[in-house]
Ligand binder design. Structure first.
Ligand code: ATP
Ligand code: MG
Length: 431
């Protein structure tokens, strides 16, 4: 039999005793506000409790019962206020990770640099619970003109945690206990105006973390929001600093832009602001050079957005191949060795955004196989895991050309193992 450690046993007993007490005592309402160093703007605005994840509410209630500050924060508050169903619920608290761990036996501390607590519930549900953090002090962490944040792991107060977040709409806290929104960052007016803006000077905030450029565009596209003119100008000004960002983060954010069902709008914003020139200049110049050809690429993105609706996320290979299909097709045009041409096209992209080899290989092979697929000379390729994904790309293209309708069901996800994607290779096989 597994023994329960003595301190956990004591905590379990205390918890059981608390449960036996009267309901009012069990969850005493915070009657006075916490001793905030900076008072927030308070909006009495009770969100329908049915929309709040009961696990996250449980985490908040227990922390508050034990005398800590705890709020729902970030994307979930933004989505609730915009009338959208949040993907997940995050909690921020004044409790330190060890305190949180102590209160929740079903939890574990994750992260070495900044320690977060994952409180676990049934069926793999997790509520991420983070201690309030502050932005690093300018003189300690920043060197001269270089604003890039390399370290952001100092604990702080609630208002500091709000201020370190990226956009005003992402910096709102929801007090579940009292049913009110706490606003230290002027986020509520931006929610009401449906406007994206940074917390603080956009040039500074984008230089601290250039990936915020892609995040701004993602939220604008996904939430169909406008952008504050100063943020727009700052993105145009700072776009070059994306080259300094961690490359795997660039790839991950790019995929998020494609996955949200707003790929067309997101790519259009990237292109219009010149960010695509930094991220994918191959695509950017293709879109600028020939309007007729560009139209097919744009319509492929529209088809991709429609395809994702109601079917859940599409395979990353389909998303990425659809994005670059038209310029890659053009770069292979009329060449004998299409595989080599596709290879030369993608090599700088792999370098620039840390495109995983698994996706690069699959994209190259689909593009190289296109003429055979179109003339139905597929041979053994039809037995590989890539075949249904290639068919999906061609059907998206037919829709983009106005020649077909989207099929009712999406293809199965590609197997992740390399061998099954490639199948057995034959000599002279263009793939
Ligand atoms: P989504 O619905 O896509 O998950 P989200 O707003 O929850 O949107 P996350 O990436 O999950 O986005 O981040 C959670 C929160 O953490 C954000 O709402 C924001 O407050 C903060 N955050 C995330 N990334 C950054 C960043 N690069 N700089 C500052 N704050 C950030
Ligand atoms: Mg989130």
């Amino acid at each position: 039999m597994q023994r329960v450690p003595r301190d956990e046993l004591a905590e379990l007993r205390r918890e059981a005793a608390r449960r036996r007490q009267s309901p009012e005592e069990r969850s005493p309402r915070m009657v006075t506000d916490p001793p905030w160093v900076v008072a927030p703007e308070i909006h009495e605005l009770r969100v329908d409790p049915a929309l709040i994840d009961p696990d996250a509410a449980k985490v908040v209630h227990r922390l508050v019962r034990h005398g800590y500050e705890a709020y729902l924060v970030g994307g979930c508050v933004r989505d609730l206020l915009l009338g959208r169903r949040p993907k997940d619920f995050d909690v921020a608290t004044s409790a330190r990770p060890d305190d949180v761990r102590y209160l929740f036996r079903n939890s574990r501390i994750i992260g070495r640099r900044f320690r977060l607590v994952h409180v676990m519930f049934g069926e793999g549900r997790v509520v991420e619970t983070a201690t309030f953090r502050c932005n690093p002090k300018p003189d300690e962490e920043r060197f001269g003109e270089d604003l890039l944040i390399r370290d952001d792991n100092a604990f702080g107060e609630a208002h500091e945690d709000a201020a370190r977040r990226d956009f005003t709409i992402n910096g709102l806290f929801y007090d579940v206990h009292r049913g009110r929104v706490l606003d230290w960052v002027e986020g509520m007016p931006d929610i009401e105006r449906r406007t994206m803006d940074t917390i603080g000077d956009p040039i500074v905030r984008l230089q601290e973390d250039p990936v915020r450029i892609l995040r701004a565009i993602k939220f604008c596209a996904r939430l169909d929001m406008g952008m504050a003119p100063r943020l727009y100008d700052a993105i145009v000004h700072c776009r070059g600093s994306l080259a300094m960002a961690a490359r795997p983060r660039l790839f991950e954010e790019l995929m998020r832009l494609l996955r949200e069902g707003a790929a067309h709008r997101a790519m259009w914003l990237l292109w219009e602001m010149g960010v695509l020139d930094v991220l994918l200049p191959e695509l950017s110049s293709f879109l600028s050079d020939d309007e007729e050809q560009a139209q097919v690429a744009w319509r492929m993105l529209t088809a991709l957005d429609r395809r994702g609706v109601g079917h859940g996320p599409l395979d990353d290979i389909v998303l990425f191949t659809a994005l670059l299909f038209e310029p890659m097709r053009e770069s292979c045009w009329g060449l004998r060795d299409r595989m080599e041409a596709a290879h030369s096209f993608l090599e700088p992209v792999i370098e620039r955004i840390a495109l995983p080899r698994r996706i690069a290989d699959a994209t190259r092979r689909i593009v190289a196989m296109t003429p055979r697929l179109e003339s139905r000379r597929v041979g053994r390729f039809s037995r590989t895991g890539l075949y249904p994904l290639a068919q999906e790309i061609l059907s998206l293209r037919r829709v983009a050309l106005g020649e077909g309708e989207l099929p009712a069901t999406p293809p199965p996800c590609a197997p992740t193992r390399q061998r099954s994607l490639r199948g057995r290779r034959r000599r002279n096989d263009p793939g």
